[in-house]
Ligand binder design. Sequence first.
Ligand code: GTP
Ligand code: NA
Ligand code: MG
Length: 454
Amino acid sequence: MKKIRQPIIAVLGHVDHGKTTLLDRIRNTNVASKEAGGITQHIGATEVPIDTIKQLAGPLIQLWKGEIRLPGLLFIDTPGHEAFTSLRARGGSLADLAVLIVDINEGFQPQTIESIEILRRNRTPFIVAANKIDRIKGWKVEEDEPFLVNIKKQDQRAQQELETKLWELIGKFYEMGFQANRFDRVQDFTRELAIVPISAKYGIGVPELLVLIAGLSQKYLEEKLKIEVEGPARGTILEVREELGLGTTIDVIIYDGTLHKDDTIVVGGKDKAIVTKIRALLKPKPLDEIRDPRFRFDQVDEVAAAAGIKIAAPGLEEALAGSPVIAARSEEEVEKARQEILSQIQSVVISTGKVGVIVKADTLGSLEALSKELNEKGIPIRKADVGNISKTDVMEALSVREEEEKYGVVLGFNVRVNEDAEEVAKARSIPIFTGNIIYKLIEDYEEWIRAEEE
Ligand code: GTP
Ligand code: NA
Ligand code: MG
């Protein structure tokens, strides 16, 4: 049987620009109005049922003439950029749509740009939330008010200041090749980026943001969201975590099919596919029910896409964040899933023996993203692998240097440099570039090449 699943909406943006506050606000508003039906706090995700959106949106829902047939929205918060990369890079199929949050008072920041690059690379449609408008001097706050109502209550000066800041943002987007406009001035949502001014803290503009997300998802993503509910589940690992009394667990977003508690799953590890039998499917209990942290979860028998779920199973110690999870119900399916996962790993973790740079990253997803970016720049790769920078990596860069000096380097994304590696690198003057913003990391390296060539 086919059904339309919730679109997965990733919220991203620079640190402290208000991603979590926005989701908190959406959740709390709902807690206050119980009749709208509960927003479920999933593992790593927040589910907002369509009735809640309709209620918050009020008459705004009529912006979309047709009926909204989506069951709701599944939001994923992105705590820091690297998690998002790993989560996105798996085929770009996880986030169906994104909300890019920009603090309107701070404007574009490094991770804003990085987020846009990721969205562009994966062709993910997105909406911009220009946050913290309440900080504009003299702004009059009315909690949870639609922006278009709230703006009318502001004095001339505050209105003007908002306009100025919006134009600055629009200019920045233009520089990056995007036509952007305030959402109510957008003529064609397929060509222009919509900017919704909001205050995540006070809920201003959140009604319009939700309506736009729901409407755009319905209009442009409906076909993609149709899934075979009873099919075997597919998902992506958000995090690998140690849990008291449960051992190593994986937090997974399921985007297709239904996962059953006695399914076998195949998940990606560092250099292998892990086949294991589910021990428990776990959902967090509502906050007010958690008295003893050892009993934070409820066991469930099955979970249908789209949803966030914690999986306890033996042998997950070597599972990798950002890797796929595929459920299998027969020997044949296990083997097929294993092959699929292996070939995905092998396309990312490579050892080419070529004259090229050594690349290390914390997850498969971030490794894939960094390698892709290097490929686009025409920078050859000798080795790409997951893990901290080791002495072996430095030694390998050393041998590359003998052939081509500018490629005798190690690039590390969100990883540490082992002590012995550091020592050798210093002694032999092998440059190590590390960081947690991909474009910045590559920029640093390119700058070094330019300096060397002079
Ligand atoms: P990271 O997860 O660390 O990347 O940050 P984040 O984007 O999730 O930001 P977070 O929601 O943690 O907010 C950072 C700070 O900004 C907090 O102190 C919030 O209270 C504040 N903040 C967020 N949104 C607003 C807003 O609309 N208005 C005001 N005045 N403050 C806000
Ligand atoms: Na923060
Ligand atoms: Mg946050």
